[in-house]
Design a protein around this ligand. Structure first.
Ligand code: DAH
Length: 348
């Protein structure tokens, strides 16, 4: 017969085993495994019951009670250990996934449109708001459209104004978008209101000239068109592009395809017209050429100059971009140096 005192020692040693074997555990999985090894049907706590038959019948109830107490204690013990492990695991997850929301984030680089494209788009927006349609001509043009029809026949001194790239005696790289005027007037009868943006080419190369640059031609033909209409439209353009307080002034000039011809100046947007180094102390900056379409040009396109009149203007897009963004060498617009181009934007 087993002595109850000895059996109680066994019960106590199982309790101790639970405490010592669980002392180094750090997660719920190992606690679960250990709990099983003690509390499963075949676990070490249950195994104590096999001593029952060795206990004196008068002490069996007492022994059973002691084993049950151990079992209840073990259940509580493992439950609270499991809770502790869960909390510790959660804490480890929090630490691992800790995000420092005060850290600066990676900023994505946002690209810019090229300044020439920005100005081109802005001009298109301004003029299409006034009802202009876009007509895109071709870069290779024949001599007739680039010069002759624009009242610049061969040997006309005005041909010297534009250093032309001849591809053959008949074909040129267009020197001006004005050639679009002729195509449009041949194809359409008035009223005409077109804007023709595009690349033009001249054998010219210095700080303010490039062999390739861009122009935007405007042409309006209708009954009773005057220089007043021209100035009104250009005022809208200048206010939008250079600022509301900018004023315009027309100066007499000469182009073979317009009569009268004018150069359009804007009041200096650096000094407001007082005079500074930007406007060479004149208070004015030249921005484009324009005029009333020469009667001969209308006639060349089969439009009766006694019935209709027209206005035309030609804007240098790089020139506007250089003025607007304070660029003093046209090469900066063509070198594609992102350090320069990234700084030139209307977007803040
Ligand atoms: N085609 C001229 C040039 O390239 C610019 C120009 C001047 C266009 C007067 C026009 C105009 O339509 O009326 O220098």
């Amino acid at each position: 017969m087993a002595n109850l005192e000895e059996l109680r020692k066994k019960i106590a040693s199982v309790r101790q085993a639970i405490q010592s074997e669980s002392s180094g555990l750090t997660d719920t999985k190992t606690v679960y495994e250990l709990r099983k090894s003690f509390l499963d049907k075949t676990g070490r706590v249950g195994q104590l019951m096999k001593y029952m038959k060795e206990v004196d019948p008068s002490q069996r109830a007492e022994f059973g009670k002691n084993v049950n107490e151990l079992k209840n204690w073990a259940l509580d013990y493992f439950n609270s250990l499991d809770e502790k492990m869960r909390a510790a695991e959660l804490q480890r997850i929090y630490e691992r996934e800790n995000i420092d929301i005060t850290m600066p984030s990676h900023r994505r680089q946002v690209g810019n449109l090229h300044p020439v494209t920005q100005v081109r788009n802005q001009l298109i927006e301004v003029f299409s708001g006034m009802g202009f349609e876009i007509y895109e001509g071709t870069e290779v043009e024949n001599d007739y459209y680039n010069f002759t029809a624009l009242n610049t026949p061969k040997d006309h001194p005005a041909r010297d104004m534009q250093d032309t790239f001849y591809l053959s005696p008949e074909f040129v790289l267009r020197t001006q978008t004005s050639s679009a005027q002729i195509h449009v007037m041949e194809e359409k009868k008035p009223p005409i209101k077109i804007l023709s943006p595009g690349k033009v080419f001249r054998s010219d190369d210095d700080a303010t000239h490039s062999p390739m640059f861009s122009q935007m031609e405007g042409l309006v033909v209708d009954k009773g068109i005057t220089l007043g209409d021209l100035q009104g439209m250009l005022d809208v353009f200048v206010h939008k592009v250079f600022g509301e307080s900018t004023r315009t002034r027309l100066r007499p000039s000469y182009f073979p395809f317009t009569e009268p011809s004018v150069e359009v100046d804007v009041s200096c947007f650096e000094c407001g017209g007082k005079g500074c180094s930007f406007c060479k102390h004149t208070g004015w900056i030249e921005v484009l050429g324009a005029g009333i379409v020469n009667r001969k040009v209308l006639q060349n396109c089969g439009i009766d100059p006694d019935e209709y009149s027209g206005l035309a203007f030609g804007i240098g897009i790089e020139r506007v971009a250089m003025l607007k963004y304070g660029i003093n060498n046209i090469k900066q617009l063509f070198e594609s140096d992102l350090r320069v181009l990234n700084q030139i934007s209307d977007r803040q």
